[in-house]
Design a protein around this ligand. Structure first.
Ligand SMILES: C[S@@+](CC[C@H](N)C(=O)[O-])C[C@H]1O[C@@H](n2cnc3c(N)ncnc32)[C@H](O)[C@@H]1O
Length: 241
């Protein structure tokens, strides 16, 4: 299997990420409450967690009675996720830049992907694969970097152009160079409609009170400018041209 864009970075920080993810403010008190607010009851449903990392969402879904399948491209993240779910979910190693051939069509009621689609250049290709594995009427919920944040942070010159970017992450042990892609808001929305999804909701998260207690300065910043953006989309009958 060829290495995906962020493979080396996630292999370096997987252990520390797995240790911190339950209480790291940007994950626990900013991304997760917003993403979870977009997911209704899951009891008895088949749910896919795409780019599952150490499995914190997979575990949350299991606790709510879902049957969970998950995958990630990082060997270490897959190991952590398997440890966390203790055999209660199927965890695969797979790259979402490639076709998801190991998953049958129309096999999931919902697909969740938290903070992972930013590592994929071709959103339309990925979203079409995700659409394929969702049952008719099922949902796709995902979070990613907010385009307005990325536009400013990476000093993007052409707002409309999808572009590979890189920055240093210092929050998980030593400094790790983290590559990803910048995508405009319109390109994310277009990729969803061209892949047969109808956007139902967009959430620009706000940090919770627990975030304020853990990091007052970060809280003030996130109350004024978005870092992530979350979508809930529904599988429709066909693609919107
Ligand atoms: C920020 S972490 C999020 C993990 C988890 N969803 C969470 O919220 O805790 C991003 C994850 O995406 C995975 N990832 C990055 N590129 C990927 C790809 N092409 N295919 C599958 N997983 C990928 C990384 O290995 C990493 O585990």
């Amino acid at each position: 299997m060829k290495k995906n864009l962020a493979y080396d970075a996630y292999e370096q920080l997987a252990d520390r990420y797995a240790e911190l993810v339950d209480t790291k403010p940007h994950n626990a008190y900013y991304d997760r409450p917003a993403v979870q607010s977009l997911i209704g009851p899951v009891e008895g449903m088949d749910i896919l967690d795409a780019g599952c990392g150490p499995g914190v969402y997979a575990e949350w879904l299991l606790e709510r009675g879902a049957r969970v399948t998950a995958f990630d491209a990082s060997d270490k993240m897959v190991e952590h996720a398997r440890k966390r779910v203790k055999g209660r979910a199927e965890i695969y190693k797979a790259d979402m830049e490639e076709p998801l051939d190991f998953l049958a069509g129309a096999s999931f009621d919902g697909v969740l992907s938290a903070l992972a689609v930013t590592y994929v250049k071709d959103h339309a290709g990925l979203f079409a694969e995700i659409n394929r594995v969702i049952k008719p009427g099922g949902w796709f919920v995902f979070s990613t970097e907010h385009p307005f944040f990325a536009y400013r942070y990476f000093g993007i010159k052409n707002y409309f152009e999808t572009k590979r970017v890189c920055c240093d992450w210092d929050g998980f042990g030593g400094s790790v160079a983290m590559p990803s892609y910048y995508h405009s808001l319109g390109s994310i929305a277009d990729a969803l409609s061209r892949s047969g999804f109808l956007i139902e909701r967009i959430v620009e998260p706000k940090p919770t009170e627990e975030f304020r207690e853990a990091d007052a300065h970060g809280f003030e910043k996130l109350m004024k400018f978005p870092l992530f953006i979350c979508f809930r989309a529904k599988k429709t009958g066909g693609s919107v041209k």
